[in-house]
Design a protein around this ligand. Structure first.
Ligand SMILES: [Fe+2]
Ligand SMILES: [Fe+2]
Length: 340
């Protein structure tokens, strides 16, 4: 066997890190190298649900009782979450899946991609059931400067990966991968989506839109696993790539997250210009800051805002995770399936 052939065979038999380079990588499940990914796959399969298990008849009657400001808030939430569920799906397909070198992570990502499609179709189900005019729905959110600023953030951090000319064997390529992972996972799924979930679920506190609340419960249960996967993936990449372990890159990631919080505060002002019963932009913003501190801690950073959770009723929605450490920890094991 020539040296070159031997090296190629070694690369297939003994894959190195979780970041891979192509189609031939990671075609064998055993031995499992990333137990957390395999455990999360089994947990995700156990969590499978379908939107039509919930009927929306009572919620439709509730909707008629809402004020114009409440209807505006609900439409803004749906107009944001609906297309962005599909954006997450695409980010996984173009920006994450092709660069991963582990079968156990691929099977999890396949399930997550189906879940994002299922979330997208859940919002479609709500749009189809409610007396919503699609153009009116999207007008509730689109055209606003705050949404354009969020879109610019997404484009800047997600598109370099989506365009497909990143080489993840270089430090710059790995950084582009991590920025994209932080943007879609920590920022979109872990912070931005939660203010929408919170506004949508707040109606249940007043005994309204309870079935939409149940759908959002299921979505947040999925999102909790998506975050656990994303954070474990980040930890693993940081651990396996010493060239990324610099204070400058850590600071860049922290700044990216804090920038996203400012964009979300502006957006929440547009979502709730006058506030609705029990909820205004300041209240949602405090929740966003509280959630961001939890995400920062989950990544091993110091918290930034040190505010209390104004919406303790959201805790049932699995909005925070077990603490992990982004840059130092070796503990990447999550207990799922009740420790099975
Ligand atoms: Fe989702
Ligand atoms: Fe998600």
């Amino acid at each position: 066997m020539t040296n070159t052939t031997k090296q190629a065979d070694d690369a297939i038999d003994h894959p190195t890190g979780i970041l891979g380079q192509g189609l031939r990588d990671g075609l064998q499940l055993k031995p499992i190298r990333y137990q957390w990914a395999y455990d999360l796959y089994n947990q995700a399969v156990a969590n499978t649900w379908f939107p039509n298990e919930v009927q929306l008849v009572r919620d439709l009657a509730d909707f008629e009782k809402l004020t114009d400001d409440e209807k505006h808030a609900l439409k803004t939430v749906i107009s944001y979450l609906n297309p962005n569920e599909l954006l997450i799906n695409k980010s996984l397909a173009f920006g994450i899946y092709p660069y991963i070198n582990a079968a156990e992570a691929h099977i999890y990502l396949s399930k997550q991609m189906w879940e994002e499609a299922n979330h997208f179709m859940t919002f479609e189900y709500i749009i189809e059931t409610f007396p919503f005019d699609r153009e009116e729905i999207y007008a509730a959110g689109f055209g606003k400067k705050s949404l354009a600023a969020k879109a610019e953030f997404q484009n800047r951090n997600l598109y370099p990966m989506l365009e497909g000319n990143v080489d993840v064997t270089t430090t710059e390529g790995k950084k582009a991968f991590v920025r994209s992972l932080v943007a879609y996972n920590i920022v979109l799924e872990g912070i931005w989506f939660y203010s929408g979930f919170m506004v949508g679920m707040s109606f249940r506190q007043r005994n309204l839109l309870r079935n939409i609340g149940s759908l959002l419960d299921w979505i947040t249960r999925d999102e909790n696993l998506h975050l656990t996967f994303g954070i474990n993936l980040l930890l693993t990449i940081m651990d396996e790539n010493p060239d990324l372990q610099t204070p400058e890159f850590a600071e860049e990631i922290r700044s990216l997250i804090l920038e996203a919080v400012e964009l979300e505060k502006e957006y929440n002002q547009d979502m709730l210009p006058k506030g609705i019963l029990g909820l205004n932009a300041d209240y949602v913003n405090q929740y966003v800051m509280y959630m961001t501190d939890r995400r920062l801690e989950e990544l091993g950073f110091e918290p930034e805002y040190n505010v209390s959770n104004p919406a303790k009723w959201m805790a049932a929605a699995n909005d925070t995770l077990e603490l992990v450490n982004f840059f130092e920890s070796t503990n990447t094991s999550y207990e799922v399936n009740g420790g099975k």
